[in-house]
Write a protein that binds this ligand. Structure first.
Ligand SMILES: N[C@@H](CCC(=O)N[C@@H](CS)C(=O)NCC(=O)O)C(=O)O
Length: 291
């Protein structure tokens, strides 16, 4: 083996600190739906989201719609993907839910129900806690947890994913992606532990909620949910850190840092140790896309 291959490259502490210094926020969650108009109608009428933009890429046979509670420049939104001719997907067992915070869960749920939403869990205190929650499923079966909060700057406030080893995941999201562990809740009676991971206060911005169910180490991923996108000021530096951390903790880079052909936006894509995908997107390129 050549010496350069045998000698591990030790990254500088400056590089390893980069993800925490970088200016990051959750941009959007990307997932596939079987009928774009049906979902747009339900999210706008049933959830009160706004349709922010739409694009059709006929050469690649897909369309996207972006919806949210405020502008993409400052808020986390959903990016729906419709692949021509595909009307059904498998959500799998690993994806948990998206969450929407609202001052009145009861009112929110009644409206969602009236607009055709499937209320899979009626409003009331969470088992083992006191927050008022409910669950509503959208037309494709994606779950939305509706959470009561007096006010919130970013109502689309969580993406919940189930993981097989919570400490490994916390470590990964801290080191590879510069997130903070904002809150950890263990509910032994319900046999699960949650970790809220993010870049700022849980009640101010969107967070990733990682759930560990006691003894469950594997989930299926299906083919419906795709990824979350997070902004960065330097995809190359961010990619170097991820590359280093994946060697220690698992996961991998699935797309090396660089511009996406055709669009030019610089990204780096990666999988965490459970196989959940994150895409880091150059913030300036992202803002250009919105113009
Ligand atoms: N076994 C659950 C653990 C997570 C969990 O239970 N989360 C709470 C919300 S933080 C919940 O869904 N509670 C159900 C209820 O209160 O009815 C899962 O994997 O979804």
């Amino acid at each position: 083996m050549a010496e350069s291959e045998a000698t591990p490259v030790v990254p500088s502490s400056e590089l390893l600190e980069w993800p925490k210094k970088d200016k990051r926020r959750f941009l959007h969650a990307v997932y596939r739906v079987g009928d774009l108009d049906r979902t747009i109608k339900f999210y706008t009428e049933g959830f009160g989201m706004k349709l922010l933009r739409k694009r059709d890429i006929p050469e690649e046979k897909y369309s996207n719609a972006f919806l949210g509670f405020g502008p993409e420049e400052s808020q986390f939104v959903v990016e729906l993907t419709y692949n021509y001719g595909v009307d059904k997907y498998d959500i799998g067992t690993g994806f948990g839910h998206f969450a929407i915070a609202t001052p009145d869960v009861y009112k929110f749920v009644e409206n969602a129900r009236a607009k055709g939403g499937n209320v899979s869990r009626e409003p009331g205190p969470v088992k083992g806690g006191s927050s008022i929650i409910a669950f509503v499923k959208d037309p494709d079966g994606y779950a939305f947890e509706i959470i009561q909060r007096a006010s919130t700057p970013e109502p689309l406030c969580q993406v919940m994913l189930r993981v097989g080893d919570l400490d490994r995941s916390i470590n990964f999201y801290e080191k590879a992606l510069g997130m903070k562990m904002l809150r950890k809740i263990d509910r032994p009676e319900q046999k699960y532990t949650l970790a809220m991971m993010g870049y700022a206060d849980e009640y101010e911005t969107t967070v990733l909620e990682l759930t560990y169910n006691y003894g469950v180490t594997e989930y299926t991923k299906g083919n419906a949910y795709a990824q979350v996108a997070i902004s960065t000021e330097d995809v190359y530096k961010s990619g170097e850190v991820v590359n280093h951390v994946t060697q220690e903790l698992g996961g991998k880079i699935t797309r090396q840092a660089g511009p996406v052909p055709g669009i030019g936006t610089k990204i780096v894509a990666l999988l965490d140790p459970d196989g959940w995908k994150t895409v880091l997107v150059d913030n300036e390129d992202f803002l250009k896309e919105l113009k």
